[in-house]
Design a protein around this ligand. Structure first.
Ligand SMILES: CC(C)(COP(=O)(O)OP(=O)(O)OC[C@H]1O[C@@H](n2cnc3c(N)ncnc32)[C@H](O)[C@@H]1OP(=O)(O)O)[C@@H](O)C(=O)NCCC(=O)NCCS
Length: 332
């Protein structure tokens, strides 16, 4: 079977609390100038008090359910590219299911770090295309700010919190919105970005102390990897889609570093006006960054619909995910 897939809705949720680059100078030896010129980041939104990644995910999920007008009981799967700071299970997808009442959905999380939303789109698309499912809710949500070492200035300035959600469904009009998906992983670069969970032997076997888990990153290596490999992988995905690069209206990349985005723009010869970036406001929100950028760009009129676009993400693993999509009016 080759059932066409519709991107029915996209939306996001971010916490209200904002930390500026200047705020960070109170706790680490850094400057607004350093962060802006190296990354493009000016602010980031972070969780506070009892807020959580799951809560943000629930709010983003409710928005796309409402916008897509799909009955929650008709959702077949909830897939959450998520890593929450408090527990490995129950899955974030199950927690979202309970909160929104999607009683008939099977639920699971995936670990593909910042490529997670694109990986989830690949899985969701395959499930719908094969006739296995009709309605699939994707929710990317991470509490990155709670997994950072706030004394490590090389990593803590780069991230923020946020959730992004997308609803995939059967395209009754026959227009396939996801033209191609290309997923890659290169596990031999796994050391570039890590978040260790300090599982320890039973203290009766070996005395030990619990450590906290923190993101550890070799920023330089990540940078080199992405600017070298990502353009090639994007070109491969565009070729699969049957479109030419010149026929694609927008490039909507993962928001990790403005310099990476500008390098992609030049290498793929995109008009800067058609390359979407909102890293200034949110920093790197992991798998949520693409749906946040996509939704905001549609709402601000920067992305004019209908349109074709490349969505592309990369992250720990190393993983890379790219998709070429058609974006319909009314999705955001
Ligand atoms: C992290 C990153 C911004 C660093 O930029 P860079 O130009 O490579 O900077 P360097 O690592 O060469 O560091 C230069 C200097 O700045 C210092 N520095 C690092 N972080 C700093 C900060 N927040 N403020 C001020 N100085 C800082 C370093 O200690 C280093 O000092 P030294 O030369 O005295 O040793 C950049 O490598 C990057 O963005 N990489 C990609 C990371 C990424 O996208 N990760 C997520 C993937 S999903």
């Amino acid at each position: 079977m080759d059932i066409p897939v519709k991107i029915a809705a996209v939306d996001f949720q971010v916490p209200e609390t904002v930390i500026t680059n200047d705020d960070l100078t109170k706790i680490i030896d850094t400057s607004d100038e350093w962060i802006r010129t190296r990354t493009g980041i000016e602010r980031r939104h972070v969780l506070s008090g009892n807020e959580s990644a799951v809560q943000m995910g629930i709010l983003a999920a409710k928005k796309v359910v409402a916008k897509s007008k799909i009955d929650v009981e008709k959702i077949d799967y909830i897939i959450a590219p998520a890593s929450v700071e408090t527990h490995a299970y129950p899955s974030t997808a199950c927690e979202i299911q309970a909160a929104i009442g999607a009683v008939n959905a099977a639920c699971f999380d995936i670990t593909a770090a910042c490529s997670g939303l694109i990986y989830a789109m690949g899985i969701g698309r395959a499930f719908i295309k094969s006739g296995m499912a009709k309605n699939i809710l994707l929710v990317a949500t991470d509490a990155v700010s709670r997994c950072l070492d706030w004394t490590d200035r090389a990593s803590c300035v780069l991230f923020g919190d946020g959730s992004g959600a997308m609803m995939l469904t059967v395209a009754e009009d026959g227009q396939d919105d996801i033209l191609a998906v290309d997923l890659k992983a290169e596990g031999h670069y796994g050391d570039f970005i890590k978040m260790p969970i300090p599982g320890k032997n039973c203290p009766l076997v070996e005395p030990n102390e619990q450590e906290k888990m923190f993101v550890k990153m070799d920023g330089k290596e990540v940078y080199k990897y992405v600017v070298t490999k990502l353009p090639v992988y994007i070109e491969e995905c565009v070729e699969k889609s049957g479109l030419k690069m010149s026929e694609i209206d927008y490039l909507i990349p993962h928001q990790a570093n403005l310099r990476i985005i500008e390098a992609l723009e030049k290498r793929l010869e995109f008009n800067p006006d058609n390359v979407i970036s909102n890293i200034q406001e949110y920093a790197n929100t992991s798998a949520a960054s693409i749906p946040i950028a996509l939704t905001e760009a549609i709402r601000s009129g920067k992305v004019k619909l209908p349109a074709t676009a490349i969505l592309t993400g990369f992250g720990a693993g190393m993983t890379v995910g790219t998709t070429v999509v058609r974006l319909r009016e009314g999705i955001a």
